[in-house]
Design a protein around this ligand. Structure first.
Ligand code: ZN
Length: 80
């Protein structure tokens, strides 16, 4: 669930410079995107079936690094 209450759909994944694979979920209501690192209990077949997305911008990656510092999921702000 996102902040607006609509459901989040996995739309694709991309690989970060450190070769970590990230899943992108997008809110069906407002377009808000959330990035999650693939965890050990994620369905890897599903991840591989998702389209490959271009890596996100530096600003987005910065937010992602912040997530790692927190050590938990962190919602970043949508660009534009
Ligand atoms: Zn939303």
């Amino acid at each position: 669930m996102s902040t607006c209450g609509a459901s989040m759909e996995p739309i694709g994944s991309f690989q970060r410079p450190n070769e970590e694979q990230v899943i992108v979920h997008r809110c069906l209501g407002c377009g808000f995107e959330r990035f999650n690192r693939i965890a050990a209990d994620d369905d890897f077949d599903l991840v591989l079936s998702l389209p490959e997305l271009p890596p996100r911008t530096n600003r987005e990656m910065k937010a992602q690094r912040l997530e790692e510092e927190i050590g938990d999921e962190f919602d970043i702000y949508q660009i534009d």
